[in-house]
Design a protein around this ligand. Structure first.
Ligand code: AMP
Length: 474
């Protein structure tokens, strides 16, 4: 029953942690601000001070939630933060993170990026043993597993808990006097370690989903938390420990295709480098007899730059994005065609009139937005629209933390590229091959997960029906 109530809440999140900074909550706030693209539904920060854990979390955007008085109410030199995206109807504050509890191991808070694929079974079992859950998310399970552990220390209990988890998790924990972070043994989701100089302070360490968070706070990127590694920072300094036996790596390639910011280093590789390379290889595989290359902003920009430089065609920003759309716009009661997409994008007729256009985007999911954009470009006067996608067809849902719909809604899962071309009304359509995607991220050692393009999941998904069911509930 619990399993049925479980929703896939931990897709598309950003996490930060900081230890040893006199203004830890402000640093966590700035880190989250830089990670806002990873989740816009809710955000939260916990700090530790004088044996207490202080928490503030709310629905909405980071900059709106953390006002000066709120940050003042979060004292201490250690903090963790989380920003979360969820398409679920159930976006209640109860599921916002970090989660904080007082248990037999002490006071502890946790924030999570990823998706624990066996959370349903663990929850059922914990419920049988008397655990009472406050929220419907999978992250809470970790705290209950820690409370049930017979290990006496916090790190011992954490190790115990982690060993029972399956799936994707980059986790940040806050205890009374330390920060602990951990990554699943496959390393699905990123987590980077940075260092900061703070006058009069030793050992100021920061952790974040993406390094763009470090740039804003002036921290230096050191390295990734290794898959299967736990890093603990306390008064004694930083210690690294492998908590799980080595497993084949399965780093999410979609971070490089779409999700991460191009100014970040993810899995030790510059995202901008991967994205431009995706565009270059796309131009080689799918050249077009055209006049200009136009990106779908912002997702197609870096790949379009790569495509233009490889093909020699001019790059033009002929679709302009309004960056200021909030949640509270008023939709006209009279139907306006394609209102949603017009709200976000507007074509530059002057550039498109009479032109043969290569339109570059990162992916087609359901196909509905792409169709609206192709129509928009054509209505603005383009003579031909050649759609180029900088990854292979998305045919399978993700169970490791990216919000993709089930197969029934994924257009490429049940349609050929030619059928998709007709649906999106493009003159031609080209998807990047899997081999080129692998090349663009320099995956010589087979360290990435491509499940959304291949349907080959790198872990056993024993409860796949349930995972699909949870997704369909949304
Ligand atoms: P559609 O044509 O309706 O499938 O929408 C495609 C658009 O959705 C592209 O511009 C993508 O950048 C964007 N997109 C792809 N994957 C995701 C995702 N997981 N979350 C949000 N947007 C996405």
């Amino acid at each position: 029953m619990w399993a049925k109530m479980l929703d896939k809440f931990h897709d598309e999140c950003g996490v930060v942690a900081i230890y040893g900074h006199p203004e830890a909550s402000k640093m966590a706030y700035l880190g989250l601000y830089a990670l806002q693209h990873r989740g816009q539904e809710s955000a939260g920060i916990c700090t530790a001070h004088n044996g207490q854990i202080f928490t503030h979390k709310s629905m909405g955007h980071v900059a709106d939630i953390f006002t000066s008085p709120v940050l003042k109410s979060l004292p201490g030199e250690a903090a963790i933060g989380h920003t979360r995206y969820s398409t679920a109807g159930d976006t209640v504050l109860l599921n916002a993170q970090p989660f904080s509890v007082v248990c037999n191991k002490g006071k502890i808070a946790v924030a999570h990026n990823g998706n624990i694929t066996n959370a349903g079974e663990l929850r059922t079992e914990l419920g049988r043993r008397g655990s009472i859950f406050q929220a419907s998310s999978d992250t809470e399970v970790i705290l209950h597993l820690m409370a049930h552990s017979s290990e006496r220390t916090m790190t011992g209990a954490l190790r115990d808990a982690l060993l029972q988890l399956e799936g994707a998790f980059s986790l940040v924990f806050l205890a009374e006097n330390r920060v602990i972070v951990a990554r699943d043994p496959h390393g699905f989701r990123p987590l980077a370690v940075g260092e900061m100089e703070v006058s009069g302070h030793r050992n100021c360490y920061v952790f974040a989903s993406e390094t763009c968070a470090f740039d804003l706070i002036g921290a230096v990127y050191l390295h990734e938390v290794e898959p299967g590694e736990m890093v603990s920072v306390g008064p004694e300094g930083l210690t690294r420990e492998r908590w799980a036996p080595e497993q084949p790596r399965a780093q999410c390639v979609f971070e490089h295709v779409y999700f991460a910011r191009p100014d970040s280093i993810v899995f030790g590789r510059a995202v901008a480098e991967s994205r431009e390379q995706l565009g270059r290889l796309l131009a080689r595989e799918w050249p077009a007899d055209a006049d200009l290359v136009v990106p779908v902003p912002d997702s197609g920009v870096a790949a379009a730059i790569g495509y233009a430089s490889e093909s020699g065609l001019p790059y033009r920003q002929a679709l302009i994005r309004n960056h200021y759309i909030g949640r509270t716009f008023i939709e006209p009661s009279q139907a306006i065609r394609d209102f949603g997409v017009k709200l976000k994008l507007n074509p530059v007729r002057h550039l498109l009139q009479g032109k043969r256009v290569v339109l570059v985007d990162d992916s087609i999911v359901r196909g509905t937005t792409s169709r609206k954009i192709v129509r928009m470009v054509r209505q603005a006067g383009a003579r031909e629209v050649h759609l180029r996608i900088s990854c292979p067809p998305t045919i399978s849902p993700c169970f490791y933390g990216v919000d993709t719909p089930n197969r029934g809604e994924l257009i490429a899962s049940n349609h050929t590229p030619e059928e998709i071309r007709r649906f999106v009304e493009a003159d031609s359509l080209g998807y990047l091959s899997l081999a080129s995607l692998r090349r663009a991220v320099a995956d010589e050692r087979h360290e990435y997960c491509y499940a959304c393009y291949t349907g080959d999941y790198p872990t056993e998904l024993v409860n796949i029906e349930e995972l699909i069911g949870a997704r369909e509930k949304r």
